[in-house]
Ligand binder design. Structure first.
Ligand SMILES: *Cc1c(COP(=O)(O)O)cnc(C)c1O
Length: 385
Protein backbone atom coordinates (compact mmCIF):
# COMPACT_ATOMS: atom_id res chain seq x y z
CA UNK A 1 0.00 0.00 0.00
CA UNK A 2 2.38 2.71 -1.14
CA UNK A 3 0.43 5.50 -2.81
CA UNK A 4 -2.49 5.58 -0.38
CA UNK A 5 -1.96 5.07 3.31
CA UNK A 6 -4.52 3.37 5.52
CA UNK A 7 -5.67 6.63 7.13
CA UNK A 8 -6.55 8.17 3.75
CA UNK A 9 -8.42 5.04 2.70
CA UNK A 10 -10.34 5.05 5.97
CA UNK A 11 -11.36 8.66 5.36
CA UNK A 12 -12.63 7.81 1.88
CA UNK A 13 -14.52 4.72 3.03
CA UNK A 14 -16.15 6.75 5.82
CA UNK A 15 -17.16 9.44 3.31
CA UNK A 16 -20.86 10.33 3.42
CA UNK A 17 -21.43 8.46 6.71
CA UNK A 18 -24.00 10.89 8.11
CA UNK A 19 -26.03 10.47 11.25
CA UNK A 20 -28.27 7.41 10.96
CA UNK A 21 -31.70 6.87 12.49
CA UNK A 22 -31.53 5.92 16.21
CA UNK A 23 -27.82 6.95 16.15
CA UNK A 24 -27.11 3.52 14.72
CA UNK A 25 -23.43 3.05 13.89
CA UNK A 26 -24.39 1.08 10.78
CA UNK A 27 -26.65 2.65 8.14
CA UNK A 28 -30.12 1.11 7.90
CA UNK A 29 -31.24 -0.74 4.78
CA UNK A 30 -33.94 1.05 2.80
CA UNK A 31 -35.42 -2.28 1.71
CA UNK A 32 -38.35 -0.81 -0.20
CA UNK A 33 -39.42 -0.76 -3.83
CA UNK A 34 -41.13 2.66 -3.72
CA UNK A 35 -41.30 5.89 -1.75
CA UNK A 36 -44.57 7.76 -1.15
CA UNK A 37 -45.28 11.49 -1.51
CA UNK A 38 -47.01 13.64 1.08
CA UNK A 39 -48.86 15.77 -1.48
CA UNK A 40 -49.68 16.37 -5.13
CA UNK A 41 -47.29 19.36 -5.09
CA UNK A 42 -44.36 17.28 -3.83
CA UNK A 43 -45.04 14.58 -6.39
CA UNK A 44 -45.34 17.07 -9.24
CA UNK A 45 -42.16 18.95 -8.23
CA UNK A 46 -40.30 15.64 -8.21
CA UNK A 47 -41.61 14.70 -11.66
CA UNK A 48 -40.66 18.14 -12.96
CA UNK A 49 -37.11 17.58 -11.66
CA UNK A 50 -37.40 20.52 -9.25
CA UNK A 51 -36.48 18.29 -6.34
CA UNK A 52 -34.42 15.09 -6.12
CA UNK A 53 -35.75 12.40 -3.86
CA UNK A 54 -36.30 8.65 -4.12
CA UNK A 55 -39.38 7.62 -6.12
CA UNK A 56 -38.76 3.99 -7.02
CA UNK A 57 -35.76 1.83 -6.13
CA UNK A 58 -34.82 1.06 -9.74
CA UNK A 59 -34.10 4.78 -10.02
CA UNK A 60 -32.76 5.91 -6.65
CA UNK A 61 -32.43 4.08 -3.36
CA UNK A 62 -30.71 5.66 -0.32
CA UNK A 63 -28.72 2.57 0.67
CA UNK A 64 -27.51 2.02 -2.89
CA UNK A 65 -26.71 5.74 -3.11
CA UNK A 66 -24.55 5.57 0.03
CA UNK A 67 -22.51 2.73 -1.47
CA UNK A 68 -22.19 4.69 -4.75
CA UNK A 69 -20.92 7.78 -2.91
CA UNK A 70 -18.34 5.78 -0.95
CA UNK A 71 -17.10 3.99 -4.04
CA UNK A 72 -16.85 7.26 -5.99
CA UNK A 73 -14.76 8.71 -3.12
CA UNK A 74 -12.49 5.64 -3.07
CA UNK A 75 -11.95 5.80 -6.85
CA UNK A 76 -11.46 9.59 -6.81
CA UNK A 77 -14.42 9.91 -9.19
CA UNK A 78 -17.19 12.54 -9.25
CA UNK A 79 -19.93 9.95 -9.27
CA UNK A 80 -20.64 6.22 -9.35
CA UNK A 81 -23.52 3.96 -10.12
CA UNK A 82 -24.33 0.54 -8.66
CA UNK A 83 -25.57 -2.46 -10.68
CA UNK A 84 -27.00 -5.92 -10.08
CA UNK A 85 -23.74 -7.54 -11.24
CA UNK A 86 -20.36 -6.73 -12.74
CA UNK A 87 -21.76 -7.80 -16.12
CA UNK A 88 -24.73 -5.42 -15.75
CA UNK A 89 -22.20 -2.64 -15.09
CA UNK A 90 -20.07 -3.63 -18.11
CA UNK A 91 -22.99 -4.05 -20.54
CA UNK A 92 -24.76 -0.87 -19.43
CA UNK A 93 -21.55 1.17 -19.67
CA UNK A 94 -20.46 -0.18 -23.05
CA UNK A 95 -23.92 0.05 -24.63
CA UNK A 96 -24.36 3.63 -23.40
CA UNK A 97 -21.50 4.73 -25.66
CA UNK A 98 -21.30 2.23 -28.57
CA UNK A 99 -23.75 2.18 -31.49
CA UNK A 100 -24.09 0.06 -34.65
CA UNK A 101 -21.16 0.70 -36.97
CA UNK A 102 -18.81 1.66 -34.12
CA UNK A 103 -15.57 -0.14 -33.35
CA UNK A 104 -14.29 -0.97 -29.88
CA UNK A 105 -10.67 -1.75 -29.08
CA UNK A 106 -10.21 -4.11 -26.13
CA UNK A 107 -7.13 -5.53 -24.46
CA UNK A 108 -6.84 -9.26 -25.07
CA UNK A 109 -7.85 -11.81 -22.40
CA UNK A 110 -10.64 -9.67 -20.93
CA UNK A 111 -13.01 -11.33 -18.45
CA UNK A 112 -14.69 -14.25 -20.31
CA UNK A 113 -18.28 -12.98 -20.13
CA UNK A 114 -17.18 -9.50 -21.22
CA UNK A 115 -15.53 -11.20 -24.21
CA UNK A 116 -18.76 -13.12 -24.94
CA UNK A 117 -20.77 -9.88 -24.67
CA UNK A 118 -18.46 -8.42 -27.32
CA UNK A 119 -18.35 -11.49 -29.56
CA UNK A 120 -22.02 -12.48 -29.37
CA UNK A 121 -24.22 -9.50 -28.50
CA UNK A 122 -22.18 -6.57 -29.84
CA UNK A 123 -21.37 -8.35 -33.10
CA UNK A 124 -25.10 -8.99 -33.55
CA UNK A 125 -25.57 -5.22 -33.14
CA UNK A 126 -22.87 -4.57 -35.80
CA UNK A 127 -20.41 -3.23 -33.23
CA UNK A 128 -16.96 -4.55 -34.05
CA UNK A 129 -14.36 -5.38 -31.41
CA UNK A 130 -10.63 -5.74 -32.06
CA UNK A 131 -8.23 -7.11 -29.44
CA UNK A 132 -4.70 -5.93 -28.72
CA UNK A 133 -1.93 -6.93 -26.33
CA UNK A 134 -2.19 -4.10 -23.81
CA UNK A 135 1.54 -4.34 -23.06
CA UNK A 136 2.32 -3.42 -26.69
CA UNK A 137 1.75 0.34 -26.85
CA UNK A 138 2.60 0.48 -30.55
CA UNK A 139 -0.12 -2.06 -31.32
CA UNK A 140 -2.58 -0.11 -29.17
CA UNK A 141 -1.67 3.18 -30.92
CA UNK A 142 -2.23 1.51 -34.29
CA UNK A 143 -5.64 0.13 -33.31
CA UNK A 144 -7.07 3.28 -31.70
CA UNK A 145 -7.69 5.71 -34.61
CA UNK A 146 -11.39 5.73 -35.47
CA UNK A 147 -12.39 3.62 -32.44
CA UNK A 148 -15.27 4.70 -30.23
CA UNK A 149 -14.15 3.03 -27.05
CA UNK A 150 -11.01 1.49 -25.54
CA UNK A 151 -11.89 -1.26 -23.06
CA UNK A 152 -9.15 -2.20 -20.61
CA UNK A 153 -8.63 -4.72 -17.85
CA UNK A 154 -5.36 -4.66 -15.94
CA UNK A 155 -4.09 -6.99 -14.71
CA UNK A 156 -6.14 -9.49 -16.70
CA UNK A 157 -7.70 -12.16 -14.54
CA UNK A 158 -6.08 -15.38 -15.79
CA UNK A 159 -2.63 -14.73 -17.23
CA UNK A 160 -2.33 -11.46 -15.27
CA UNK A 161 -1.04 -9.26 -18.09
CA UNK A 162 -0.45 -5.88 -16.41
CA UNK A 163 -0.47 -2.64 -18.42
CA UNK A 164 0.82 0.90 -18.06
CA UNK A 165 -2.73 2.19 -17.65
CA UNK A 166 -1.73 5.88 -17.60
CA UNK A 167 0.22 5.57 -20.86
CA UNK A 168 -2.64 3.71 -22.56
CA UNK A 169 -5.19 6.27 -21.34
CA UNK A 170 -3.00 9.09 -22.71
CA UNK A 171 -2.81 7.34 -26.10
CA UNK A 172 -6.58 6.99 -26.20
CA UNK A 173 -7.07 10.61 -25.21
CA UNK A 174 -4.81 11.68 -28.09
CA UNK A 175 -7.15 9.86 -30.49
CA UNK A 176 -10.33 11.09 -28.78
CA UNK A 177 -11.30 7.57 -27.68
CA UNK A 178 -13.34 7.07 -24.49
CA UNK A 179 -11.62 4.73 -22.00
CA UNK A 180 -13.02 2.16 -19.56
CA UNK A 181 -11.18 -0.20 -17.27
CA UNK A 182 -12.22 -3.25 -15.27
CA UNK A 183 -10.44 -2.58 -11.94
CA UNK A 184 -11.80 -5.61 -10.06
CA UNK A 185 -8.38 -7.25 -9.55
CA UNK A 186 -6.47 -4.30 -8.07
CA UNK A 187 -9.33 -2.41 -6.36
CA UNK A 188 -8.84 1.31 -5.57
CA UNK A 189 -6.49 0.22 -2.78
CA UNK A 190 -3.82 -0.63 -5.38
CA UNK A 191 -4.91 1.19 -8.57
CA UNK A 192 -6.94 4.37 -9.04
CA UNK A 193 -7.48 4.61 -12.80
CA UNK A 194 -9.31 7.98 -12.74
CA UNK A 195 -6.07 9.55 -11.44
CA UNK A 196 -4.27 7.84 -14.35
CA UNK A 197 -6.56 9.51 -16.90
CA UNK A 198 -9.13 6.74 -17.49
CA UNK A 199 -12.72 7.94 -18.04
CA UNK A 200 -14.76 5.12 -16.47
CA UNK A 201 -13.83 2.50 -13.86
CA UNK A 202 -15.84 -0.71 -13.59
CA UNK A 203 -15.89 -3.30 -10.82
CA UNK A 204 -17.36 -6.64 -10.28
CA UNK A 205 -18.26 -5.79 -6.66
CA UNK A 206 -18.85 -9.55 -6.26
CA UNK A 207 -15.08 -9.86 -5.81
CA UNK A 208 -12.96 -7.79 -3.39
CA UNK A 209 -15.35 -4.88 -2.76
CA UNK A 210 -17.83 -7.30 -1.19
CA UNK A 211 -15.06 -9.56 0.02
CA UNK A 212 -17.22 -12.19 1.70
CA UNK A 213 -18.55 -14.20 -1.28
CA UNK A 214 -22.13 -13.34 -0.39
CA UNK A 215 -22.98 -10.67 -3.00
CA UNK A 216 -23.23 -10.46 -6.79
CA UNK A 217 -23.04 -6.77 -7.75
CA UNK A 218 -21.24 -4.25 -9.94
CA UNK A 219 -20.41 -0.56 -10.09
CA UNK A 220 -19.21 2.06 -12.58
CA UNK A 221 -17.38 5.23 -11.47
CA UNK A 222 -16.51 8.33 -13.52
CA UNK A 223 -17.38 11.94 -14.21
CA UNK A 224 -20.86 13.24 -13.41
CA UNK A 225 -21.48 13.76 -17.15
CA UNK A 226 -20.56 10.19 -18.17
CA UNK A 227 -22.46 8.58 -15.28
CA UNK A 228 -25.47 10.74 -16.18
CA UNK A 229 -25.34 9.32 -19.72
CA UNK A 230 -25.34 5.74 -18.43
CA UNK A 231 -28.11 6.62 -15.98
CA UNK A 232 -30.22 8.04 -18.83
CA UNK A 233 -29.33 5.88 -21.85
CA UNK A 234 -29.11 2.24 -20.80
CA UNK A 235 -29.53 1.67 -17.10
CA UNK A 236 -33.29 2.36 -16.73
CA UNK A 237 -34.17 0.06 -19.62
CA UNK A 238 -31.67 -2.77 -19.12
CA UNK A 239 -32.69 -2.53 -15.47
CA UNK A 240 -29.68 -4.17 -13.83
CA UNK A 241 -30.36 -2.46 -10.51
CA UNK A 242 -28.28 -3.08 -7.38
CA UNK A 243 -30.46 -4.30 -4.52
CA UNK A 244 -30.51 -2.30 -1.23
CA UNK A 245 -29.48 -5.36 0.77
CA UNK A 246 -26.51 -6.01 -1.53
CA UNK A 247 -25.50 -2.33 -1.21
CA UNK A 248 -25.66 -2.70 2.58
CA UNK A 249 -23.43 -5.80 2.44
CA UNK A 250 -21.00 -3.91 0.19
CA UNK A 251 -20.84 -0.98 2.61
CA UNK A 252 -19.90 -3.49 5.30
CA UNK A 253 -17.33 -5.11 3.01
CA UNK A 254 -15.69 -1.79 2.12
CA UNK A 255 -14.85 -1.10 5.77
CA UNK A 256 -12.28 -3.93 5.81
CA UNK A 257 -11.13 -3.57 2.18
CA UNK A 258 -7.67 -2.04 2.87
CA UNK A 259 -6.85 -4.59 5.57
CA UNK A 260 -8.08 -7.51 3.49
CA UNK A 261 -6.13 -6.37 0.43
CA UNK A 262 -2.92 -6.13 2.48
CA UNK A 263 -3.41 -9.72 3.70
CA UNK A 264 -4.29 -11.04 0.22
CA UNK A 265 -1.21 -9.30 -1.17
CA UNK A 266 1.29 -10.59 1.40
CA UNK A 267 0.04 -14.18 1.40
CA UNK A 268 -0.37 -14.48 -2.38
CA UNK A 269 3.16 -13.14 -2.91
CA UNK A 270 4.58 -15.62 -0.37
CA UNK A 271 2.71 -18.50 -2.05
CA UNK A 272 3.64 -17.39 -5.59
CA UNK A 273 7.34 -17.27 -4.63
CA UNK A 274 7.13 -20.64 -2.90
CA UNK A 275 5.35 -22.38 -5.76
CA UNK A 276 7.76 -20.86 -8.31
CA UNK A 277 10.60 -22.74 -6.59
CA UNK A 278 8.87 -26.11 -6.90
CA UNK A 279 10.32 -28.52 -9.50
CA UNK A 280 6.78 -29.48 -10.65
CA UNK A 281 6.06 -25.88 -11.73
CA UNK A 282 7.17 -24.41 -15.08
CA UNK A 283 6.10 -20.77 -14.57
CA UNK A 284 4.12 -18.43 -12.31
CA UNK A 285 1.85 -15.68 -13.64
CA UNK A 286 1.86 -13.05 -10.89
CA UNK A 287 2.46 -9.34 -11.67
CA UNK A 288 4.45 -8.94 -8.43
CA UNK A 289 7.17 -11.34 -9.55
CA UNK A 290 9.76 -10.30 -12.11
CA UNK A 291 10.36 -6.81 -13.38
CA UNK A 292 8.25 -4.80 -10.96
CA UNK A 293 4.77 -3.40 -11.30
CA UNK A 294 3.72 -1.04 -14.09
CA UNK A 295 3.33 2.64 -13.11
CA UNK A 296 0.04 3.29 -11.34
CA UNK A 297 -0.25 -0.19 -9.82
CA UNK A 298 0.97 0.09 -6.23
CA UNK A 299 0.31 -3.43 -5.00
CA UNK A 300 -0.99 -6.87 -5.89
CA UNK A 301 -4.04 -8.88 -4.88
CA UNK A 302 -4.69 -12.55 -4.10
CA UNK A 303 -5.42 -13.86 -7.61
CA UNK A 304 -2.68 -15.42 -9.74
CA UNK A 305 -1.92 -18.48 -11.86
CA UNK A 306 0.87 -20.95 -12.31
CA UNK A 307 1.64 -23.54 -14.97
CA UNK A 308 2.74 -27.10 -14.28
CA UNK A 309 5.22 -29.08 -16.33
CA UNK A 310 3.50 -31.37 -18.86
CA UNK A 311 3.93 -34.59 -16.89
CA UNK A 312 2.00 -33.34 -13.82
CA UNK A 313 -1.47 -34.79 -13.24
CA UNK A 314 -3.54 -31.64 -12.58
CA UNK A 315 -6.83 -33.39 -11.63
CA UNK A 316 -4.98 -35.46 -9.00
CA UNK A 317 -3.34 -32.32 -7.58
CA UNK A 318 -6.55 -30.29 -7.28
CA UNK A 319 -8.49 -33.23 -5.82
CA UNK A 320 -5.86 -33.51 -3.07
CA UNK A 321 -6.25 -29.85 -1.98
CA UNK A 322 -8.23 -29.30 1.22
CA UNK A 323 -8.15 -25.55 1.98
CA UNK A 324 -8.19 -24.44 -1.67
CA UNK A 325 -11.73 -25.26 -2.83
CA UNK A 326 -12.56 -25.89 -6.48
CA UNK A 327 -14.66 -22.91 -7.49
CA UNK A 328 -15.00 -19.94 -9.81
CA UNK A 329 -15.06 -16.29 -8.77
CA UNK A 330 -12.62 -14.86 -6.21
CA UNK A 331 -12.15 -11.92 -3.87
CA UNK A 332 -13.67 -13.52 -0.76
CA UNK A 333 -12.19 -14.78 2.49
CA UNK A 334 -11.78 -18.31 1.14
CA UNK A 335 -9.04 -19.75 -1.05
CA UNK A 336 -10.10 -21.09 -4.43
CA UNK A 337 -8.64 -22.96 -7.34
CA UNK A 338 -9.64 -23.31 -11.03
CA UNK A 339 -7.78 -25.78 -13.27
CA UNK A 340 -7.28 -24.41 -16.80
CA UNK A 341 -8.16 -27.82 -18.20
CA UNK A 342 -11.84 -27.55 -17.17
CA UNK A 343 -12.15 -24.08 -18.69
CA UNK A 344 -10.67 -25.41 -21.94
CA UNK A 345 -13.15 -28.30 -21.95
CA UNK A 346 -16.02 -25.84 -22.57
CA UNK A 347 -17.24 -25.38 -26.14
CA UNK A 348 -15.16 -23.74 -28.80
CA UNK A 349 -15.90 -20.30 -30.25
CA UNK A 350 -16.54 -17.52 -27.72
CA UNK A 351 -16.68 -20.15 -24.97
CA UNK A 352 -13.16 -21.37 -25.63
CA UNK A 353 -10.67 -20.80 -22.85
CA UNK A 354 -7.99 -20.29 -25.52
CA UNK A 355 -9.27 -16.73 -25.99
CA UNK A 356 -8.19 -15.92 -22.45
CA UNK A 357 -4.63 -17.23 -22.67
CA UNK A 358 -5.51 -20.28 -20.61
CA UNK A 359 -3.44 -23.45 -21.03
CA UNK A 360 -4.32 -26.99 -19.97
CA UNK A 361 -1.51 -27.19 -17.41
CA UNK A 362 -2.33 -23.87 -15.76
CA UNK A 363 -4.07 -23.51 -12.40
CA UNK A 364 -5.55 -20.26 -11.11
CA UNK A 365 -5.43 -19.70 -7.36
CA UNK A 366 -7.25 -17.17 -5.25
CA UNK A 367 -5.38 -16.77 -1.98
CA UNK A 368 -7.91 -16.10 0.77
CA UNK A 369 -7.41 -15.17 4.41
CA UNK A 370 -6.53 -18.58 5.91
CA UNK A 371 -2.86 -17.64 6.37
CA UNK A 372 0.10 -18.33 4.05
CA UNK A 373 1.61 -21.09 6.21
CA UNK A 374 -1.65 -23.09 6.24
CA UNK A 375 -2.12 -22.63 2.50
CA UNK A 376 1.45 -23.60 1.67
CA UNK A 377 1.05 -26.76 3.78
CA UNK A 378 -2.10 -27.55 1.78
CA UNK A 379 -0.32 -27.08 -1.57
CA UNK A 380 2.70 -29.03 -0.34
CA UNK A 381 0.55 -32.00 0.69
CA UNK A 382 -1.31 -31.94 -2.65
CA UNK A 383 1.96 -31.86 -4.61
CA UNK A 384 3.17 -34.87 -2.64
CA UNK A 385 -0.04 -36.79 -3.47
C1 LIG B 1 -16.39 -11.67 -12.02
C2 LIG B 1 -15.83 -10.68 -12.94
C3 LIG B 1 -16.65 -9.85 -13.72
C4 LIG B 1 -18.14 -10.03 -13.78
O1 LIG B 1 -18.72 -9.69 -12.59
P1 LIG B 1 -20.12 -10.35 -12.07
O2 LIG B 1 -20.34 -9.63 -10.80
O3 LIG B 1 -19.87 -11.82 -11.91
O4 LIG B 1 -21.15 -10.07 -13.10
C5 LIG B 1 -16.04 -8.88 -14.48
N1 LIG B 1 -14.70 -8.73 -14.51
C6 LIG B 1 -13.88 -9.51 -13.80
C7 LIG B 1 -12.42 -9.31 -13.88
C8 LIG B 1 -14.42 -10.52 -12.99
O5 LIG B 1 -13.60 -11.31 -12.31
Amino acid sequence: MTDMEGADLFRLIAAHDGAHAFDAVVPPIAQTSLFTFSSFAEMEETYLGQRTRPVYSRGLNPTVRLFEEKLAALEGAEDAMGFASGMAAISSAVLAFASPGDRIVAVRHVYPDAYRLFEILLKRMRIDVTYVDGRDEEAVAKALPGAKLFYMESPTSWVMEAHDVGALAALAKRHGVLTMIDNSWATPVFQRPISLGVDLVIHSASKYLGGHSDVVAGVVAGSKALIREIRAETYPYLGGKMSPFDAWLLIRGLRTLPIRMKAHEADALAIARWIGERPEVASVQHPGLGNGLPPGLSGTSGLFSFTFHDEIDVPRFVDALKLFKLGVSWGGHESLCVPGQVVLSQNQGPNSGHAFGISAKSVRLHVGLEGAANLIADLDAALAA
